[in-house]
Design a protein around this ligand. Structure first.
Ligand code: PLP
Length: 393
C-alpha cells in the first residue's frame, strides 16, 4: 500500500519509542527503571472519578456539542479569570480531545502550505510533526542552554520572515522545565506584535511550578497580545488526567469557530464523560494538585542534586513541569560514544535505565528524565547512571 505523502516525513514519537523498548525489557523479566513517562504517577483525584461515574449513571453518555459542553466552557472561562486575569467568552473556547488535539486542530485551521511556524528548541516532540501535517514548515531556533533554554527577542526577530505565521511558546517547558518571566514574555510579545505573528501559548504545565515565580500567560500582558494569542491548556498534567483526553484552546472567536467546525468533522466531540470529569476538576479546590506538586518539588531537588554530582553531567535547574534535561555530552564522549543517542541505548541495555534522548526534542546533547516516578526508583536510577559513566571511563 502506498501511503500519502504527508506521512512520509512523520517521525514516530521518541518518547513513546523508548517507553516501548523499556516495556519489552520489563516483560523479559529485567528490573527496568523507566524515566520516560510524560504523565504524573498519581491516580486522578477521587472526587473527579466519582463525578464521572455519576455522569455516566445519569446518562451523560451521548454526543455533546463539538466544541464541548457549555458548563465546561463556562468553568474554563472562570479558570482563566481567576488564574490568569483573562476574560474570555464561551465562543472563544473550544474543548478538545487532549491539549495535543487542540494544537493539531489549530495548525490545521491556521496554516497554508509553506507557512512558517517558529519552534524554539528544545521543543515538545509533537510540535514540528503537527506543523508539517498541516502543510507548514517548522523553523527551529536554538534556545541556548547558557540562557536557561530561553529564546531572546533578538533571536526571535532574526528568525521571522514574511512567511512566518506563528510561534510556539511553551512555558513551563517540556522538556527543559524552563519558565519565562513576565518581562521576558513582554519583550517576545512586542516582537510578535510588530511582525504580526500569532502566538501559540502552550500552558499545559501551568500548575506545576516549583519556584517563587508565578506563571504568566503572554495573553494577559495586553489586549493586543490577547487578540494575537491562542492559549492551549488542559487537565492532563494538572489533575493527573492524561487518559481522559481533555484539553482546550482559548483565542479569537474566528479561530475557535474554525477549529470547532473542523472538530465536528473529525472527533465530533471530546468524550462526554471525560468532559464531566474535567468539569469536576475545575469545580474543586486545588488541594490534590498542590499535594502532587509538593511531591514533585521534593523529587526534583533530590534528583537534581544527585545528577549534578555525576562526572560529565551538567544541568540547568528546571522551574516547572516534571522533567530534568541534563547535558550529558561530556559523559557520552568520555565513555567512548559518538552520540548521546548511542549512550542512551547502551545505558538501557546495560543498566536498564530508560531515558529519552534529547535528539527528539531538537537538543542532541541532552537527555530527558521524568521524575513522575517513585523517589526510590529515582535514587536507584541516578546510582545506575553514575556507575555506568564511571565504568566506561
Ligand atoms: N503540550 C506539552 C508541552 C506536553 O508535554 C503535552 C503532553 O505530553 C501536551 C501538550 C499534550 O497534553 P494532552 O495529554 O492534554 O494531550
Amino acid at each position: 500500500m502506498k501511503l500519502a505523502n504527508r506521512v512520509k516525513t512523520l517521525t514516530p514519537s521518541s518518547t513513546l519509542a523508548i517507553t516501548a523498548k523499556a516495556k519489552e525489557l520489563k516483560q523479559q523479566g529485567y528490573d527496568v527503571i523507566a524515566l520516560g513517562a510524560g504523565e504524573p504517577d498519581f491516580n486522578t483525584p477521587s472526587f473527579i472519578l466519582e463525578s464521572a461515574e455519576k455522569a455516566m449513571k445519569e446518562g451523560m453518555t451521548k454526543y455533546t456539542p463539538s466544541g464541548g459542553i457549555v458548563e465546561l466552557k463556562k468553568a474554563i472561562v472562570n479558570k482563566f479569570k481567576s488564574d490568569n486575569q483573562l476574560t474570555y467568552t464561551t465562543d472563544q473556547i473550544i474543548v478538545t480531545t487532549g491539549a495535543k488535539h487542540a494544537l493539531y486542530t489549530l495548525f490545521q485551521v491556521l496554516l497554508n502550505d509553506g507557512d512558517e511556524v517558529i519552534v524554539p528548541a528544545p521543543y515538545w516532540v509533537s510540535y514540528p510533526e503537527q506543523v508539517k501535517l498541516a502543510g507548514g514548515k517548522p523553523v527551529f531556533i536554538e534556545a541556548k542552554e547558557e540562557n536557561e533554554f530561553k529564546l531572546t527577542p533578538k533571536e526571535l526577530e532574526e528568525a521571522i520572515t514574511e512567511k512566518t505565521k506563528a510561534i510556539i511558546i511553551n512555558s513551563p517547558s517540556n522538556p527543559t522545565g524552563m519558565m519565562y518571566s513576565r518581562e521576558e514574555l513582554k519583550q517576545l510579545g512586542e516582537v510578535c506584535l510588530k511582525h504580526n505573528v500569532l502566538i501559540v501559548s502552550d500552558e499545559i504545565y501551568e500548575k506545576l511550578i516549583y519556584s517563587d515565580d508565578n506563571h504568566v500567560s503572554i495573553a494577559e500582558l495586553s489586549d493586543e497580545l490577547k487578540a494575537q494569542t491562542v492559549v492551549i491548556n488542559g487537565v492532563s498534567k494538572s489533575h493527573s488526567m492524561t487518559g481522559w483526553r481533555i484539553g482546550y484552546a482559548a483565542g479569537p472567536s474566528e479561530i475557535i469557530k474554525a477549529m470547532t467546525s473542523l472538530a465536528s468533522h473529525s472527533t465530533s466531540n471530546p468524550t462526554s464523560i471525560a468532559q464531566y470529569a474535567a468539569l469536576a476538576a475545575y469545580s474543586m479546590n486545588d488541594e490534590p494538585v498542590e499535594k502532587m506538586k509538593q511531591v514533585f518539588a521534593e523529587r526534583l531537588d533530590m534528583l537534581y542534586n544527585l545528577l549534578i554530582d555525576i562526572p560529565g553531567v551538567t544541568c540547568v535547574k528546571p522551574k516547572g513541569a516534571f522533567y530534568l534535561f541534563p547535558n550529558v555530552e561530556e559523559a557520552a564522549k568520555s565513555n567512548g560514544f559518538t552520540t548521546v543517542d548511542d549512550w542512551v541505548r547502551a545505558l538501557l541495555e546495560e543498566e536498564k535505565v530508560a531515558l529519552v534522548p534529547g535528539s527528539g526534542f531538537g537538543s542532541p546533547n541532552n537527555v530527558r528524565l521524568s521524575y513522575a516516578t517513585s523517589t526510590e526508583a529515582l535514587k536507584e536510577a541516578a546510582q545506575r547512571i553514575k556507575q555506568f559513566i564511571i565504568r566506561h571511563q
